[in-house]
Design a protein around this ligand. Structure first.
Ligand code: PLP
Length: 399
């Protein structure tokens, strides 16, 4: 009989969304006439941009022709898409060649798969509160986790810890769930810290298109020296509405190395290419054409309108909540608000209260880490009517 990965017993059950979904379903069963407003959604709700739809249609037509059908994609992605991505980086002042970019089927997969390159027992820093996959995948692959507090005292962004020598570091900016972004000087601190420890930063930039302040970097590689200590995840999911289409990018600079047990340094870029050769057969042609369309002027403008729509939702929510006297954080550079629970409520209690009293679903902050306690996450991935309705319902319970 084979043995299983013992680390499965070191992670909690996928408790957060299972538990919130169950509570919402129970409420709906008992209150069939009441519409639950799902401000808990970390998923886009607007339709695909017309330029994206057109690109997919065209690609299907191409593949329906004799001689036009595409088989396996190169495992790192087609040149047409890699070039568009390299150009997007170039516009940020970051020089990355197509050989340093790898197209993939989603950042969640990439975040898990990147551990194929590393040994076990590394010390992994994860932002707390943070995206739960960082913690879970680190544990499942036999590594140790050190949570880095991103709480009110430090403006809800993680700072390098004193007296901890990391091997790997997850950073997410703008951050899910707090909706806050790191400024350049904090990113520089992290790069210096990583270099001092010999650590590697995994920079998750999936919300970069929501950044609204031109001084905030969109990529870790905009920081001097980051190519020697960081790799980056980017995704079309939140920035272009691709959560159901699936496409992402991993950027691994040639300079980035890690050590073998005996001490020799090896380039991670080559290890990742080697890993993909064995474990990945590429993203579908249709999806890569769809992603390329996001980089066209039309695609960029259309997806930009969707982002502007969600951003306006966030502004209305934030203003409305502040007017009611709530303490609200984040949202300037991300589609999420981080809302402090009123006195007397922990995050699960407030989640339950809001659901029971006004049929509004949020996400309890505790689900994102211990330091998420005392807060809930509100998402702006909803319609304008829902924003107005949620504010009206909250007004009805505020003193
Ligand atoms: C949504 C999300 C992802 C996953 O994105 P996919 O590309 O859809 O897999 C990764 N990181 C964070 C922080 C996210 O919120």
């Amino acid at each position: 009989m084979p043995t299983v990965n013992e680390h499965f017993f070191d992670v909690e059950d996928d408790y957060l969304f299972a538990a919130t979904d169950q509570a919402i379903a129970d409420f709906e069963r008992k209150n069939p006439s009441c519409r639950v407003l799902r401000m808990s959604k970390g998923d886009v709700t607007r339709p695909l941009a017309p330029a994206v739809v057109e690109a997919i249609h065209q690609a299907v037509d191409e593949m329906s022709q004799v001689g036009g059908c595409k088989g396996y994609s190169p495992s790192a992605g087609y040149d047409f898409l890699l070039r568009s991505i390299a150009e997007q980086y170039a516009a940020l002042g970051v020089a990355l060649s197509c050989k340093e970019l790898f197209v993939s089927d989603g950042s969640k997969s990439d975040i898990g798969n990147i551990f194929d390159l590393f040994g076990q027992d590394n010390l992994v820093l994860v932002p707390d509160p943070g995206y739960p996959a960082y913690r879970d995948v680190s544990i499942l692959t036999g590594n140790r986790v050190f949570p880095v507090k991103a709480s009110a005292e430090n403006g809800f962004v993680a700072e390098p810890p004193a007296d901890v020598k990391a091997d790997l570091i997850f950073l997410c900016s703008p951050n899910n769930p707090t909706g806050t972004a790191m400024d350049r000087s904090l990113m520089e601190k992290w790069v210096s810290y990583a270099k001092a420890c010999g650590a590697i930063i995994f920079f998750d930039a999936v919300y970069e298109r929501y950044i609204s302040d031109p001084c905030i970097p969109h990529s870790i590689f905009q920081v001097e020296g980051a190519k020697e200590c960081a790799l980056e995840f980017r995704s079309y999911s939140k920035g272009a509405g691709f959560t159901g289409v699936r496409c992402s990018v991993v950027a691994i600079p040639q300079e980035l190395t890690a050590r073998r047990r005996a001490g020799a340094e090896v380039a991670l870029n080559q290890l990742w290419a080697r890993r993909n050769a064995t474990r990945f057969n590429g993203v579908s042609y249709l999806v890569q054409r769809a992603a390329q369309a996001v980089h066209t002027p039309q695609g960029e403008a259309q997806t930009g309108e969707d982002i502007a729509f969600y951003q306006q939702n966030i502004r209305l929510l934030r203003q409305g909540l502040r007017n009611m006297g709530y303490s609200v954080f984040g949202g300037e550079h991300a589609p999420y608000l981080w809302l402090q629970c009123p006195e007397g409520f922990d995050s699960w209690a407030w989640f339950k209260y809001l659901l029971a009293e006004i049929a509004v679903a949020v996400v309890p902050g505790k689900g994102f880490g211990l330091y998420g306690e005392g807060y809930v996450r509100l998402s702006a991935f909803c319609s304008r009517e829902d924003v107005e309705e949620v504010l009206a319902r909250l007004q009805s319970i505020s003193k």
